[in-house]
Design a protein around this ligand. Structure first.
Ligand code: GDP
Ligand code: IMO
Ligand code: MG
Length: 430
């Protein structure tokens, strides 16, 4: 079986969790490589909804090992809650099926406070972050003042490091952001306790994953967020603070690019975005509202209403290029039932000129007008369809158009949130 990266191609929430869960049964290991508690990956199993923030979406598969790689930033408070919730729901989590990298950075209470304080200060120009401390924890990692899970396991190392860092961060919190100080004693005790609880899972996951590759085990690398939120290739500064694209799989786990065989992109049959930033195909008014209602487009982490728009083939072509995508999982096709007309953006218009490729300049992107091709819709509920031949001709035409306009083949069409609500056209695992 190959090693595969499953990556979001839009602004997140494409249904990565649902697609990873679908194929996780047939790989030995599922590894998350970036992001943290900002992610909300939803899986619907036997009518029950499970939302995962840190834990890979392979965890609901009995025999699959779930690994949180070094590139993920982990809030131990949220992670211990997540573990508890899953166990209460009857799912097994132990050191045989779940591991956490000792190199992963810890999200501390001051990261969340700084995130919230900064957003408040930005006012109108806020990014619309999830408030989970993601930007500040990645900043500390790069500034070389971060705290890793290996540090949490040693009271001496952790308390010394926390004392140093907290002095600096408290100055920033109080003097710059006008917020309260974070007390050393309470945080030190609380976080050492998380370290004790998580100890059975913490290990050198890089060696573990590479040993797995050596033994011929297949790994699914699960992306969080999406390519347009990537720190380098997304719509900066309205992005997250990690490498959400497929390339992040290597730095975020320590598995070499030479070991990756397949990259599959996940895209919604339309597009959504949570938070601020340019969004050329955003639809305000009735059709956008209908997409939000029919698609249940409310954030899995924050509950915020997602901004909705028509499928953007310009953005998708860019994602295909950045990630080297060879096949697509197209989700939420069922949500498009009941529209008279569907639109796909084929190019942008900027100062009277047609642009076929995704602009790197934010100034340009804010002013881009979408150029649409229109397609007839269909009325029928298609969630029960399991064969391409049974789809209404209008739906098949829409899928053909996506393939033609993006230059990439659709491997999976998802028609509902449950495991069986899917048409498998080509097996991504070969
Ligand atoms: P992720 O962050 O990429 O894993 O996506 P989210 O879980 O945040 O958002 C996707 C939402 O769409 C979840 O509520 C899923 O249960 C749901 N979903 C996924 N695929 C489909 C589909 O094909 N049809 C419908 N109706 N819902 C879907
Ligand atoms: P999943 O994995 C959708 C967005 C936030 C904000 C920006 C920065 O579920 O697809 P951050 O808290 O990361 O500093 O916020 O990124 N964002 C997401 N949007 N899905 C996500 O994750 C997201 N994670 C972050 O809304 O615009
Ligand atoms: Mg999500």
């Amino acid at each position: 079986m190959p090693n595969i990266v499953v990556v979001g191609t839009q602004w997140g929430d494409e249904g990565k969790g649902r697609i990873v869960d679908l194929i996780a049964e047939r790989v030995e290991i599922v590894a998350r490589y970036q992001g943290g508690g900002n992610a909300g990956h939803t899986i619907v199993l036997d009518g029950r909804t499970v939302i995962l923030h840190h834990i890979p979406s392979g965890i609901l598969r009995e025999d699959t090992l779930s690994v949180i790689g070094n590139g993920v930033v982990v809030d131990p408070k949220v992670l211990t809650e997540e573990i508890r919730g899953l166990r209460e729901g009857g799912f097994r989590i132990d050191s045989d099926n779940f591991r956490l990298s000792e190199r992963a950075h810890v999200v501390m209470p001051y990261h969340r406070e700084i995130d919230l304080g900064r957003e408040e200060m930005r006012g109108e120009s806020k990014i619309g972050t999830t408030g989970r401390g993601i930007g500040p924890v990645y900043e500390d990692k790069v500034a070389r003042r971060g705290i890793k899970f290996s540090d949490l396991l040693s009271p001496e190392v952790f308390s010394k490091r926390l004392l140093q860092v907290l002095e600096d961060r408290n100055l920033y919190l109080t003097r710059v952001l006008g917020r309260d100080e974070i007390p050393f004693d309470r945080v030190c005790d609380e976080y050492l306790e998380y370290g004790r609880q998580l100890k059975p899972f913490i290990c050198d996951t890089t060696t573990l994953l590479n040993m797995g590759v050596g033994e011929g085990k297949s790994i699914l690398f699960e992306g969080a967020q999406g390519t347009l939120l990537d720190i380098d290739f997304g719509t900066y500064p309205y992005v997250t603070s990690s490498s959400a694209g497929a390339a992040g799989a290597c730095v975020g786990t320590g598995v070499s690019p030479s070991k990756i065989d397949v990259v599959m992109g996940v895209a919604k049959a339309y597009i959504t975005r949570v938070g601020g930033g340019p969004f050329p195909t955003e639809v305000e008014g009735e059709p956008g509202e209908k997409l939000r209602t029919q698609g249940g487009e409310f954030g899995a982490t924050t509950g915020r209403p997602r901004r909705c728009g028509w499928f953007d083939a310009v953005a998708l072509r860019y994602s295909v290029m950045i990630n080297g995508i060879s096949g697509l999982a197209l989700t939420k096709m069922d949500v498009l039932s009941g529209f008279d007309t569907l639109k796909i953006c084929t190019s942008y218009k900027y100062k009277g000129e047609h642009i076929e490729s995704f602009p790197s300049s934010q100034e340009v992107l804010w002013s881009c007008e979408p150029v649409y091709e229109e397609f007839p819709g269909w009325e029928e509920d298609i969630s029960g369809v399991r064969d391409m031949g049974d789809l209404p001709p209008e739906a098949r035409r829409y899928l053909d158009a996506i393939e033609e306009l993006t230059g990439v083949t659709i491997w999976i069409v998802s028609l509902g949130p449950s495991r069986d609500e899917v048409i498998l056209i080509k097996d991504p695992l070969g």
